[in-house]
Design a protein around this ligand. Structure first.
Ligand SMILES: [Zn+2]
Length: 459
C-alpha cells in the first residue's frame, strides 16, 4: 500500500474539504517467530471526500427559466432520495423498487441485492444529501445510453450503525438520475468508471448478503459461509477492547466495528484503494474531521483482509486486532502532529503486550541488521512507513522499541500522557513540546537513549 500523506491543512478549497478518510493499515509480513507470526504495520490514508471541480462554471444558469428547471430537478431528486432512504430504513422493498429506473435491469438487480443485504445491518440512521459540489456531469458520452435527460450530482450518504456510531459517517454517491415523463428515477451509480473523483463509495452490503455477528464489545459484518471466522473475530475483538483500555484508559468508545470482506478485491473496493493490499492483514479507517472544527473522528471501522487474516495463527490474530483496536481508541489523539512511529509503535506496544514475545522475537529484521553492524541512527520518519519501503518491518520494529523504551524507563501512564500531549499540542513542534513537558527530555536525548536501547535489546 502506498503511503499518502494526509492533507489536513492542504487544499485550495479548505471549507469543502471537511472530511478526510484516513486508513491505518496493518501490513503483515508472513515470517514465523517463536510465537507463530511476525506482525508489522503501516499507515495509509484515503482520498479526501471532496475536491473542486473545474467544470463548475458551466453550471451557471443562463436564464430564469433554466434556473427554475434546475431548481425543480434538484427538488425532485431530493424527494426521490428521501423516498429511497425511507424505504431502506423501513425495509420497504416495493417503495425502494419504485425509486429505480426499471429499464436498467443490471443496476436494478444490484440495487435489490444491496437492499436485501442491508436488511440485517443494524442501522440507526440512513439519509442522503445532495451537494452543490461537482454537480455537473461531464457534457459527454457518459449519458449517451439514456434516451432521456440524465443528471449526476454529487450526493452524500450519511448513516450510523446502531449502538456503534455516535454520529453519522459520510459516503460519497454518484447516482445517475433520469427523467421519465414527469418523474425522476435512479438509473445507475457507476457511470464514470474512468473518473477517479466520481466513484460511489462501496461497503460490504454492495458485495452480497451480509451476516452480522454481535460480540459483547464488537459488531462484525461479513458474508454468509464464514460464520466461524466472523465469530472468532468477534471474540478476539471483544478480548482486545479491555487490553486497550488497560493501557489507554476508559476515555474512548470501548467497542469496535469489524468489516470482513470475502476477497482482497472487495477490500480494495471498500477502501477505495487500488494499490497493492497483498501484504495487508487488516486496516483501521475513520473519517477525520478537518482541523479546527473541534469535531471528532467518526465511522471507525476495522476491515480485515481475509486471505491474509486467515493465514494468521491465534497469536497473530490477537496482535493484529489489538493493534487495530488501539488505532480506534487513540484516533482522537492521533492527529497530524503525531509522528507515525508513535502511532504505530504504540499500537504494536499494546498489540504485543502480554504475548510473552521477546524483543528479539518481535524485532527479527532489526536484530539481524544490528548483528550485521547496521545500527539505526534515527527513529523512523513518516515516509519509512510506506508500503514501498523494503525495510518496512524495521520501521515498525524501531517504532515498537521507541514506545517500549518510554513505557519501561518512564512508565506506562507517562507514555499515555505523552501520546495525548503530542496529539493535543498546537505548537510548531508538538513532539518536542510534549517530550519536554511529559518525559522531561528532548528528541535529541531520547534518540540517543533509543539508539543505545536498540543495541541492548537486539545485539
Ligand atoms: Zn497500524
Amino acid at each position: 500500500v502506498t503511503e499518502r500523506t494526509i492533507a489536513l491543512v492542504d487544499g485550495t478549497d479548505a471549507t469543502r474539504r471537511r472530511w478526510l478518510k484516513a486508513a491505518i493499515a496493518a501490513v503483515v509480513a508472513f515470517e514465523l517467530t517463536a510465537a507463530g507470526v511476525l506482525v508489522t504495520t503501516h499507515r495509509a490514508e484515503r482520498r479526501p471526500v471532496t475536491a473542486t471541480d473545474p467544470r463548475r462554471d458551466a453550471t451557471r444558469p443562463k436564464a430564469d427559466s433554466a434556473e427554475r428547471q434546475v431548481a425543480a430537478r434538484a427538488a425532485a431528486v431530493t424527494a426521490l432520495l428521501e423516498r429511497r432512504a425511507a424505504a431502506i430504513r423501513a425495509h420497504d422493498k416495493p417503495a425502494f423498487t419504485a425509486t429505480l429506473d426499471l429499464t436498467q435491469s443490471a443496476f436494478v438487480k444490484r440495487q435489490l441485492a444491496m437492499f436485501d443485504a442491508l436488511r440485517r445491518v443494524p442501522l440507526a440512521s440512513w439519509r442522503y444529501e445532495l451537494s452543490d459540489d461537482r454537480d455537473v456531469p461531464p457534457e459527454s458520452s457518459y449519458f449517451a445510453r439514456y434516451d432521456t435527460e440524465a443528471w449526476s450530482p454529487r450526493a452524500v450518504l450519511r448513516y450510523q450503525l446502531k449502538g456503534f456510531d455516535d454520529a453519522p459517517t459520510a459516503a460519497e454517491q454518484f447516482f445517475t438520475f433520469v427523467r421519465r415523463g414527469t418523474r425522476w428515477l435512479t438509473a445507475n451509480d457507476a457511470d464514470f468508471p474512468d473518473v477517479s473523483d466520481r466513484q460511489t463509495a462501496r461497503d460490504i452490503w454492495d458485495f452480497g448478503p451480509v451476516e452480522v455477528v454481535h460480540g459483547t464489545r464488537s459488531l462484525v459484518l461479513g458474508h454468509p459461509g464464514r460464520t466461524t471466522l466472523l465469530r472468532d473475530i468477534a471474540r478476539q475483538t471483544d478480548a482486545a477492547v479491555p487490553r486497550v483500555t488497560t493501557v489507554w484508559g476508559t476515555s474512548w468508545a470501548r467497542r469496535a466495528v469489524v468489516v470482513v470482506p470475502d476477497t482482497e478485491k472487495e477490500l480494495a473496493a471498500i477502501l477505495g484503494d487500488s494499490t497493492d493490499l497483498s501484504n495487508i492483514a487488516a486496516v483501521a479507517v475513520a473519517e477525520l474531521p478537518d482541523t479546527g472544527t473541534g469535531s471528532h473522528p467518526v465511522g471507525n471501522r476495522v476491515i480485515v483482509n481475509p486471505p491474509n487474516f486467515r493465514r494468521l495463527g491465534t497469536n497473530g490474530r490477537r496482535v493484529v486486532l489489538t493493534h487495530e483496536v488501539t488505532h480506534v481508541a487513540t484516533r482522537d489523539s492521533s492527529g497530524p502532529g503525531v509522528p507515525t512511529w508513535l502511532v504505530e509503535g504504540f499500537a504494536d506496544y499494546v498489540g504485543y503486550l502480554g504475548t510473552g514475545l521477546s524483543a528479539k522475537a518481535i524485532c527479527q529484521e532489526l536484530a539481524a541488521d544490528v548483528r550485521a553492524g547496521r545500527r539505526p541512527a534515527a527513529l523512523p520518519g513518516d515516509d519509512d512507513f510506506s508500503g514501498k519501503n523494503d525495510r518496512l518491518a524495521q520501521a515498525y520494529e524501531a517504532a515498537w522499541l521507541g514506545v517500549t523504551l518510554i513505557a519501561e524507563r518512564t512508565g506506562r501512564a507517562e507514555l499515555v500522557r505523552f501520546y495525548r500531549a503530542v496529539g493535543a499540542a498546537n505548537g510548531r513542534e508538538p513532539l518536542r513540546d510534549a517530550m519536554t513537558a511529559e518525559l522531561h527530555t528532548t528528541p535529541e536525548s531520547f534518540t540517543a537513549a533509543w539508539r543505545k536501547y536498540v543495541v541492548e535489546q537486539l545485539a
